[in-house]
Design a protein around this ligand. Structure first.
Ligand SMILES: C[S@@+](CC[C@H](N)C(=O)[O-])C[C@H]1O[C@@H](n2cnc3c(N)ncnc32)[C@H](O)[C@@H]1O
Length: 229
């Protein structure tokens, strides 16, 4: 879903240790990346030293980006916007730093299925056939959930403490209205799911074929691209 970013100037918002930022840079973009966590930024910088891709990492908040307006051709947020407490400010701030004609693409856990109440319903063989969701309209504002990557090998998970992540849930309508109210124009929506081939190799991903786990959104700042873009 990501358009060609070769030669474009991009900002990755909430970059973590930079896994997806590096993928962007490998596609030929000139990338700056921010995360509020100094620790993540340090790890990302270390990786940049061992494998330089020209990425410039900064510790900064998504809602107070240290860049002038109209700086970037595109911005990304990979699974980060739903972890940011000031949800209402994120889209507007991303829009501010985009050049006219630039795009924002972000992924979040799917608002309709990553609800405050959620339970997998399984048949006698343990196959998920439905997901029970509830409390959709209750906006969580920092409630802590604990989890580990289910896809990680059991040996790796053994003895590891659980991640503690604060949750900030918003409805689908709230998310899309934030995009619209920020002045961006919705351009593309995707709800990715694993293929049958993937699930036959990785059966633990089967439940992601029952409902959408992720929402991908691309939106564009109105205006003409300049010659330099
Ligand atoms: C699930 S991680 C995703 C990291 C990365 N984008 C990736 O794809 O691996 C969410 C990230 O959002 C960051 N984050 C949370 N609040 C933020 C804020 N206000 N500004 C910038 N980053 C923030 C967290 O520190 C964390 O690294």
């Amino acid at each position: 879903m990501l358009p060609d970013v070769q030669g474009l100037k991009g900002l990755d918002i909430g970059c973590g240790e930079g896994h997806n930022t590096r993928l962007l840079a490998r596609r030929g973009a000139s990338v700056t990346a921010v995360d509020i966590s100094e620790v993540f930024v340090q790890h990302a910088r270390q990786l940049e030293e061992t494998e330089p891709l020209g990425i410039h990492y900064l510790a900064a908040s998504a809602v107070e980006l240290p860049f002038p307006a109209s700086t970037f051709d595109f911005a990304t947020g990979f699974m980060s916007f739903m972890d940011i407490p000031e949800t209402e400010g994120v889209l507007a701030e991303a829009c501010r730093v985009l050049k006219p004609g630039g795009f924002l693409q972000f992924s979040i856990t799917h608002p309709c299925y990553d609800t405050p109440h959620r339970r997998n319903l399984r048949d006698e063989k343990g196959v998920t056939y439905a997901i029970e969701v509830g409390d959709y309209f209750r906006n969580l504002d920092g409630d802590i959930v604990q989890w580990l990557f289910s896809a990680a090998p059991a040996k790796v998970r053994e003895g590891l403490p659980l991640f503690k992540v604060p949750r900030f849930t918003r409805t689908l309508g709230q998310w899309l209205n934030l995009v619209i109210d920020s002045g961006l124009r919705l351009e593309r929506i995707e709800e990715p799911r694993p293929s049958d081939q993937v699930v036959s190799r990785r059966p633990e991903l089967q439940d992601a074929q029952v409902v959408a786990y992720f929402l991908h959104v691309r939106a564009r700042k109105p205006g003409e691209k300049t010659a330099s873009q």
